[in-house]
Write a protein that binds this ligand. Structure first.
Ligand SMILES: [Zn+2]
Length: 300
């Protein structure tokens, strides 16, 4: 095995093998955002309890908050202690420089999101990032059609009031984008808005099926995983062989609500005695997703 490819445990699998196993065996790995040490603890506790592989997501805001090298070291510690596959992913990075910094810090997986850039520029930078990452055995995810919404509480709005269906991924264009850039994972947009809405989000599964048919060997991810109809999620894993599902908003809302309750109910000032309720609520969300995605007992 190429040791440069090895990320979570030099003796077992590398990132690509972890994703290939999911694709072959028909389950998806939850990609959960770690906003702080408490959410990281909740995610890893859930994964260990259910013996599941996981992807830890760190967006620019989260990376700035925790620190790149600190995140890398924390993930290494959790891998060694828990002995389960944990992939560290830079989530929705919009610049080459930021991706390069994450690569140098030791991230395992880079999601370059050039979807807000002119297409040619997105293509050019994605190619450069692929070259840089593949030299070190790092997986690259690319995005072409901006996945709308934001990882927040939008429960005053219905998904259809926000969605612009004309922006859904064109499968033929997706194939050209993947072939030209050489990315490993493609982030498609077919109803999977970021955020939580007043009703469950529904997916346009025929778009996904066409993408899968045109790109049989590419890893596919599903962003905006919070608040999607469970049946649609299961069908997406089945027909689309989705290997990575991003979850953030449900965890954010659960954490905030539980923390608010704890703060209102206690006169305690020792912070570590105030946060366990919030950690527990986030852990419950993560456990539910692991079961839904079918990754329980797939850690080895
Ligand atoms: Zn996303």
């Amino acid at each position: 095995m190429n040791s440069q490819f090895s990320i979570y445990n030099e003796l077992t699998m590398n990132t690509k093998e972890i994703l290939l196993k999911a694709q072959k065996e028909g389950y998806a790995i939850g990609a959960f955002n770690a906003a702080n040490i408490e959410t990281l603890k909740a995610i890893t506790l859930a994964a260990k309890k259910l013996n599941s592989p996981i992807i830890i997501e760190a967006s620019k805001g989260e990376v700035d908050y925790i620190g790149k090298t600190q995140l890398v070291d924390l993930i290494k510690d959790y891998r060694n202690e828990l002995n389960i596959p944990i992939i560290l992913n830079l989530d929705h990075s919009e610049s080459f420089e930021e991706c390069e910094e994450a690569v140098n810090a030791g991230f395992d997986y880079i999601h370059f999101d050039g979807s807000k850039l002119p297409y040619d520029e997105n293509l050019k930078i994605a190619k450069e990032i692929v070259k840089m990452c593949h030299a070190k055995g790092i997986i690259v995810e690319g995005e072409m059609d901006h996945i709308q919404g934001s990882s927040a509480d939008h429960t005053k709005e219905k998904p259809d009031e926000v969605l612009d269906k004309t922006l859904y991924t064109d499968p033929k264009k997706a194939k050209i984008f993947v072939d030209e850039t050489g990315i490993d994972t493609f982030a498609a947009f077919f109803g999977n808005l970021h955020g939580l809405y007043s009703t469950e989000k529904r997916l346009k599964l025929d778009v996904l099926e066409e993408i899968r048919n045109l790109l049989p060997n590419t890893f596919l991810s599903l962003h905006g995983g919070s608040g999607i109809d469970n049946k649609d999620i299961m069908t997406a894993i089945k027909i689309g062989k989705i290997v990575k599902i991003n979850i953030n908003s449900e965890m954010r809302v659960a954490f905030k609500n539980a923390l608010k309750r704890s703060l209102n109910e206690t006169s305690e000032v020792a912070i570590y005695k105030i946060t366990p309720g919030a950690i527990e609520e986030v852990q419950k969300i993560v456990e539910g997703k692991i079961k839904l995605f079918g990754s329980e007992n797939r850690a080895s």
